[in-house]
Design a protein around this ligand. Structure first.
Ligand SMILES: NC(=O)c1ccc[n+]([C@@H]2O[C@H](COP(=O)([O-])OP(=O)(O)OC[C@H]3O[C@@H](n4cnc5c(N)ncnc54)[C@H](OP(=O)(O)O)[C@@H]3O)[C@@H](O)[C@H]2O)c1
Length: 288
C-alpha cells in the first residue's frame, strides 16, 4: 500500500516515516524538505499543487499531519491557524478520493472533566482546538469512512520539531537551565512510536470515525518532566512547578484532560504502554 504523509518532517511525521516504512511504501511531503532528507514539497495551502502531487504519486491512503501546532501561535495568529488547520484539510478532501487518516487532539475538549472518551461533548477553549475540531468535521462530512485519531502530549526524542516536550526538558537540564513546568495540566503523554503502531493497526483493520489513543499513565506535566529527568539521570531540582494561571500563556489550556483509549484497546486488542517502557525504549534506541 502506498501512503502519502503531509507534514512528514515534523515530530509525528518523522516517527511515522521511520516505523511505517517497514510495511508500507511511504511518500514523505513537507512544506519544506530538511537538508539531507528526501521528499516532495507540498504546502497544503496550495490547492492546485496539492492535486498535482496526488495525481503524480497516486497514493492509496493519505495520513494528514500538516498543521499549525504551536497553541499560542494559533491564538496570536488565528487567520493563519484557520488557513492551515481548516482550509488545508478542505484542500486535501478536494484533491484526494481515497481514505484519509487525520490527526486531531484532546484540545477539542475543555479539560473540566477528563480523561475523555470519543462520545464526550467537545468544547474547545483555544483557536488551535477550534480549528482542529473544524478540521475533524470537514473530514468526516466529506466521508464518514475517513479516520480521525485524537492524541495528546505526543513526545519523542526528536530534533526535527519545535514541538518536543522531551527535548526541551532534556536539553534545558543538560545545560543546567532552570525550567518552569505546569503542575495542573493532566494528560496521558503518548510516545510517537505508540501512535505509529496504532495507526498501522487502524490501517490493517480499516477503522473509521473518531478514535482516541493515549498511553497508559495519566499525570501532570511537572510529574512527567520529573520522570524524564530521572530516566535521563539529570538534575530534577532544576524543574520548578508553576500553575497554568501563573504561566499566563496566550491560549487557555484544558487542565483535567487526556484521552481514554478503551475503544481502540478493544477493537485492536492492544495495551497502551507506560511512560517508563517508552522512555526506556527511547534511551535504548539512542544508545544503539
Ligand atoms: N504534538 C502533539 O502533542 C499532538 C497532539 C495531538 C495531535 N497532534 C496533531 O498531530 C499532527 C502532527 O503534529 P506534530 O506533533 O508532528 O507537530 P509538528 O512537529 O509541528 O508537525 C507539523 C508539521 O506540519 C507542517 N506544516 C505546517 N504548515 C504546513 C503547510 N501549510 N503545509 C504543509 N505542511 C505544513 C510543519 O512544517 P513546518 O516545520 O515547516 O512548520 C510540520 O512539519 C498535527 O495535526 C497535530 O495537530 C499533535
Amino acid at each position: 500500500m502506498r501512503i502519502l504523509i503531509t507534514g512528514a518532517f515534523g515530530q509525528l511525521g518523522s516517527a511515522f516515516s521511520r516505523h511505517l516504512s517497514e510495511d508500507f511504501d511511504i511518500i514523505r511531503t513537507g512544506r519544506s524538505i530538511p537538508h539531507g532528507k528526501n521528499g516532495i514539497i507540498l504546502d497544503v495551502l496550495n490547492q492546485i499543487y496539492f492535486k498535482e502531487v496526488i495525481q503524480a504519486t497516486e497514493p492509496d491512503l493519505v495520513i494528514n499531519l500538516a498543521a499549525m501546532t504551536p497553541v499560542d501561535g494559533c491564538e496570536l495568529n488565528p487567520n493563519l491557524a484557520k488557513e492551515i488547520n481548516i482550509t488545508g484539510v478542505q484542500h486535501l478532501c478536494d484533491s484526494f478520493d481515497g481514505k484519509i487518516i487525520h490527526l486531531s487532539t484532546d484540545y477539542v475538549f475543555d479539560g473540566e472533566n477528563g480523561p475523555y472518551s470519543e462520545d464526550d461533548p467537545v468544547c474547545p477553549l483555544s483557536v488551535y482546538g477550534e480549528t482542529k475540531l473544524a478540521s475533524e468535521r470537514i473530514l468526516l462530512n466529506h466521508d464518514p469512512n475517513h479516520l480521525v485519531i485524537r492524541g495528546n502530549v505526543i513526545y519523542d526524542d526528536s530534533e526535527t520539531t519545535k514541538a518536543s516536550f522531551l527535548n526541551w526538558v532534556v536539553n534545558s537540564l543538560k545545560e543546567k537551565q532552570e525550567i518552569q513546568v505546569v503542575n495542573d495540566q493532566v494528560n496521558n503523554p503518548t510516545w510517537t512510536k505508540s501512535m505509529a503502531d496504532i495507526i498501522a493497526l487502524c490501517i490493517e483493520k480499516d477503522l473509521s470515525g473518531i478514535v482516541h489513543w493515549g498511553d497508559a499513565d495519566h499525570l501532570n506535566r511537572y510529574d512527567f518532566a520529573i520522570k524524564i529527568a530521572e530516566k535521563y539521570v539529570l538534575d530534577s531540582k532544576l524543574i520548578k512547578a508553576i500553575t497554568t494561571e501563573e504561566l499566563n500563556q496566550a491560549a487557555p489550556r484544558p487542565l483535567k484532560s487526556g484521552l481514554k483509549s478503551d475503544k481502540l484497546v478493544q477493537a485492536l486488542n492492544v495495551v497502551p504502554p507506560s511512560i517508563d517502557e517508552c522512555l526506556n525504549a527511547i534511551l535504548e534506541r539512542n544508545a544503539e
